[in-house]
Design a binder for this molecule. Structure first.
Ligand SMILES: [Zn+2]
Length: 258
């Protein structure tokens, strides 16, 4: 059984219609997916995220504001802590730094990131980290804020081994998305072979980044199976063992029973 450790179910095409969303979830369950972490990106859509989790026993949720979201409500530590009390919320994020899509003065992004780390430590809920063109600052802030007390996952990992190693050293997990299946992703594939098996998670990050053979089309949680099959084969592992191991990793990191 697999877990899609990072998906945006509320953002899937047509998902505002409950019957359409139910079809996506059914297709995933038929593809060996037994759990979903629906990740928040802003405060404005948080109720949609929490609704999906409330209505489906196998869907969990997170609370946080994406680093690229700069025109909405920016929650305080106290607000994040209060929102994280919701019974289906198991993580804080997605948070982090993105110097690719957002440029200019980045202090606001770094301060938001530090608030999320503080909330994760106060609630003992792990962090979901997004980093793009910002690996040095991301690692430095995680270390400065002692994020190892909360732990977390480097989601949709696309960085090098040195970055993975520093994240592993502070107790973080590494999550691979469909990007690892792309033909030109040879450097990332080498990293995926090197990460210890007890620290790997898998995800779709749907509706974006569909894995091969669906690259370029809308992504959906059923496709996490392609990521799992690809990384298992890359590592010379049996698919069933790899699936069971990554599912155990998810349960251990996020303190849930699956
Ligand atoms: Zn995401």
């Amino acid at each position: 059984m697999l877990i899609d450790s990072h998906c945006h179910l509320n953002l899937l095409d047509g998902a505002a219609d409950a019957s359409v969303l139910a079809q996506y979830l059914q297709a995933a369950r038929a593809n060996d997916v037994g759990g979903f972490l629906c990740v928040a990106t802003d405060m404005e859509s948080l109720s949609a995220v929490l609704n999906v989790a409330d209505q489906n026993a196998d869907v969990y949720a997170s609370v946080g504001v994406h680093p690229n979201h700069n025109d909405g409500h920016d929650p305080s530590i106290d607000e994040l802590v209060a929102l994280a009390r919701h019974p289906k919320v198991i993580a804080i994020g997605e948070t982090g730094l993105d110097y690719f899509r957002t440029q200019g003065e980045m202090r606001w992004q770094q301060e938001r990131f530090r608030r999320h780390i503080a909330a994760a430590k106060l609630t003992a809920k792990p962090l979901i980290i997004h980093t793009r063109e910002a690996r040095a600052d991301t690692l430095q802030i995680l270390e400065e804020e002692q994020a190892q007390d909360a732990r977390g996952v480097m989601h949709c990992f696309t960085e090098d081994w040195a970055t993975a190693k520093r994240a592993l050293d502070i107790g973080f997990y590494i999550s691979f998305s469909g990007i690892v299946t792309f033909r030109n992703a040879t450097a990332l594939q080498a990293v995926a072979q090197q990460v210890p098996i007890d620290r790997i998670l898998i995800e779709t990050d749907c509706p974006w980044l569909a894995p091969m053979p669906h690259r370029g089309k809308p992504n959906q949680p059923a496709y996490v199976r392609h990521v799992a099959e690809f990384v298992a084969a890359l590592r010379g592992s049996d698919y069933g063992e790899f699936a069971a191991q990554t599912t155990q990793n998810f349960a251990r990191l996020f303190h849930v029973t699956v």
